[in-house]
Design a protein around this ligand. Structure first.
Ligand SMILES: NC(=O)NCCC(=O)O
Ligand SMILES: [Zn+2]
Ligand SMILES: [Zn+2]
Length: 483
């Protein structure tokens, strides 16, 4: 059975051209003019692009005394409805729990996924067992390890643990990720704010100023450099963090930054809303910033100093957010965005002239596919690539509303935003997964995507590090022992 996408314009990270796309067995088998297939999808007036890859989601995440409400079923439905065909979630071992034991839990949760998925493994504590199991984790197809520099007393790791884990990543050819905020300072600021009576959701934003993010980003970059490993900084939200990444890149360090669609399009004024629920629903870490920080993030995407736009989809209901009435530190941190990432980025990026359609594809799909070592299986429109595609109608529009969303929560942080640019069809490995405003796949259609370590950039960096490693100077005439 073959499917042909007809009359569209293919848009990839580097090319725009008119051609049909023929699909069989889940893969693209031909690209060219006048192709025929058993089933035909009309892409007249549309762009045919690689499906979005969201490298940062937390589906059914155990966090702050509860679980995020969107699980792999509702979360991946939301993904497909918004043109995203692959998500990368985080397996989170509890302190003292083995990495492989945690992975089993995420394997079980993800059986319900509608679209393809992969995992990052979090390093939440450190000892020999963790060191040993990191190798087994890479053999299971996970080549990225996440480190939280915040959430003191819960997920946070210290500098010695970071350095040990980063060195282990270097040995394994894996890439470390960091949530970069200075967790010690956040804890101090939070306690002070609460003691002074600042207990509302705005206290969350005050407790996490840009400096805590800039400091931690720079620290992680320097530790990664000393460990001889590349670094991926998740949810880069401010100029201070972007500046550290920019400087590192200009110095030849292999560092990537990931702004979220929320930080690009929503600002800190949300926290000063008189409605407690409105403000609390937007509590996430790092918090939303001001317009200058937003401009910095857009400039980063334009110049290439920031690489990928993600969501950090971690959706809690209003009821869950209310755990923090009277104490902002108890508001579960996280917001949704999976269904809205592509339409919002198209509207506020391509629609305003900040991004070209090709840059849009790069930052929503191709760049991360390369970083995660799944390109060109994913993130490409090439013969042999998985037919994870979005047929994108740049003229279709809607008003974002919780009433019509796939996400299981009772609100949407983008409520009321008018977006222009929506998927007509989303295809997951050649299967039409979203059409006519409806999900067409069954839960369980999604498959795990294994990712091998040893990406070209990790190999190049370790070659350079070996070449420049400290070596004793060979001298004649002086006894080596100094005697
Ligand atoms: N970002 C957030 O507030 N919640 C999800 C966990 C994390 O990424 O820090
Ligand atoms: Zn985080
Ligand atoms: Zn996250």
């Amino acid at each position: 059975m073959t499917t042909v996408i007809k009359n569209g314009t293919i848009v990839t990270a580097d090319l725009t051209y008119k051609a049909d796309v023929l699909i069989e067995g889940g893969q693209i088998i031909e690209i060219g003019p006048d192709l025929k297939g058993d089933e035909s999808l009309d892409a007249t007036g549309c762009y045919v692009m690689p499906g979005g890859i969201d490298p940062h989601t937390h589906l059914e995440m155990p966090f702050m005394g509860t679980y995020s409400t969107d699980d792999f079923e509702s979360g991946t439905r939301a993904a497909l409805a918004g043109g995203t065909t692959m998500v990368v979630d985080f397996a989170l071992p509890a302190p003292g729990e083995g990495l492989l034991d945690a992975l089993k839990k995420w394997d079980n949760k993800s059986t319900r996924a509608h679209c393809d998925y992969s995992f990052h493994m979090a390093i939440t504590w450190w000892d020999k067992q963790v060191f040993d199991e990191m190798k087994a984790v890479t053999e299971r197809g996970i080549n990225t390890f996440k480190h939280f520099m915040a959430y003191k007393g819960a997920l946070m790791v210290n500098d010695d643990e970071l350095y040990s884990s980063f060195k282990r990543c270097a040995e394994l050819g894996a890439i470390p990720l960091v949530h970069a905020e200075n967790g010690d300072v956040v804890a101090e600021l939070s306690a002070k704010l609460l003691a002074e009576g600042n207990n509302g959701p705005e206290g969350h934003a005050y407790s996490r100023p840009p400096q805590v993010e800039g400091e931690a980003t720079n620290r992680a970059i320097m530790i990664a450099d000393m460990a001889g490993v590349p670094l991926y900084v998740v949810h880069t939200s401010c100029e201070e963090s972007h500046e550290a990444i920019r400087r590192a890149k200009m110095n030849g360090k292999r560092v990537w930054g990931e702004p979220l669609i929320q930080h690009l399009t929503l600002d800190e004024s949300e926290y000063f809303d008189k409605d407690w629920d409105h403000a609390a629903r937007r509590v996430m870490s790092p918090p939303f910033r001001n317009k200058q920080h937003q401009d910095s993030l857009w400039a980063g995407l334009q110049s290439g100093t920031l690489s990928c736009v993600a969501t950090d989809h971690c959706a809690f209901s209003t009821e869950q957010k209310r755990y923090g009435v009277g104490d902002f530190t108890k508001i579960p941190n996280g917001t949704g965005g999976l269904e809205d990432r592509l339409p919002m980025l198209w509207t506020y990026g391509v629609g305003t002239g900040r991004l070209t359609p090709n840059e849009f594809v790069a930052v929503t799909s191709t760049n991360i596919a390369k970083i995660l070592n799944v390109y060109p299986k994913k993130g490409a429109v090439l013969v042999g690539s998985d037919a994870d595609l979005v047929v994108w109608d740049p003229k279709a529009s809607k008003t974002i509303s919780a009433k019509t969303q796939q996400s299981a929560i009772d609100y949407n942080v983008f409520e009321g935003k008018e977006v222009t640019g929506l998927p007509r069809y989303t295809l997951s490995r050649g299967v039409v997964a979203w059409a006519d405003g409806e999900i067409k796949t069954k839960e369980g259609h999604g498959q795990f995507v294994a990712r091998d370590p040893g990406m070209p950039v990790t190999k190049a960096l370790s070659t350079w590090k070996d070449l420049t490693a400290p070596r004793p100077v060979q001298r004649s005439g002086i006894p080596a022992s100094g005697v």
